[in-house]
Design a protein around this ligand. Structure first.
Ligand SMILES: [Zn+2]
Length: 229
């Protein structure tokens, strides 16, 4: 009977010790298993992400943008695009008195009765301002495009609102308003903006050229990038 109890006691002690050893072992193994997981979370990557944020890549694009010369600029070019060959017979505007390749774009405001302001597309200087047959009021801005001087022409402007020659202008500045249609202000034309960009800094008031090759003296204004209004 005594030896039987002794055996049970011994068994329990062995079992107890085994449980302790097994428990320690298990704990040790668990720790080993979780350690590599901890290593695969690289804290350096987490801290480096905010530093890499490209805040300056958008800046050159923004500075390359021009200010739309008039509200609804792209949407309202519906009749005469750059380079269109216009004759009195085929013209979308009737009656038509011009013939040739259109050197700019026409932005239409025929049905607008309120004053329609025009804005400086870029920083620059007024290099021409006056009344010219075919336009009524017209002015030109010299500005930089790809680091070289160009000129932009705004035609059919109310003469009394024209900015003075040599005035320095800033991008987005309101400079004048469109002339009233079918009056001396537009030299009898409907209310619209004739907007052209010359490929260098010369002053050239031609609204149409007779040879297609002559269009190289102008740039399609729609190829420039404009800021959203
Ligand atoms: Zn035009």
């Amino acid at each position: 009977m005594k030896s039987y109890r002794k055996k049970i006691c011994l068994f329990l002690i062995i079992l107890f010790l085994w449980l302790i050893v097994a428990g320690v072992d298990y704990f040790y193994l668990q720790q080993k298993r979780t350690k590599p997981n901890e290593i695969t979370i690289p804290p350096t990557e987490q801290t480096s992400t905010p530093i890499v944020m490209p805040t300056n890549t958008a800046a050159p694009q923004a500075s390359a943008e021009f200010y739309p010369p008039i509200d609804q600029f792209k949407e309202q070019i519906t009749k005469k695009f750059f380079g269109a060959y216009i004759t009195p017979q085929n013209s979308p505007v009737q009656p038509e008195r011009f013939k040739g390749y259109h050197t700019g774009v026409d932005v239409e405001y025929k049905d607008v009765t309120a004053d329609v302001p025009v804005y400086a597309l870029a920083d620059g200087k007024i290099v021409y301002s006056g009344w010219v047959s075919g336009y009524g009021g017209v002015f030109m801005i010299e500005f930089n495009l790809n680091d070289s001087p160009h000129t932009a022409l705004y035609g059919h402007i109310r003469p009394s609102s024209l900015p003075p020659k040599n005035k320095a202008v800033t991008k987005g500045e309101k400079l004048a308003v469109l002339g009233t249609g079918y009056t001396h202000e537009t030299d009898g034309e409907r209310r619209h903006l004739h907007f052209a960009i010359l490929s260098n800094s010369r002053i050239d008031l031609l609204g149409y050229v007779q040879q297609k090759s002559q269009l190289s003296g102008w740039i399609d204004p729609l190829t420039l990038e404009y800021a959203q209004q």
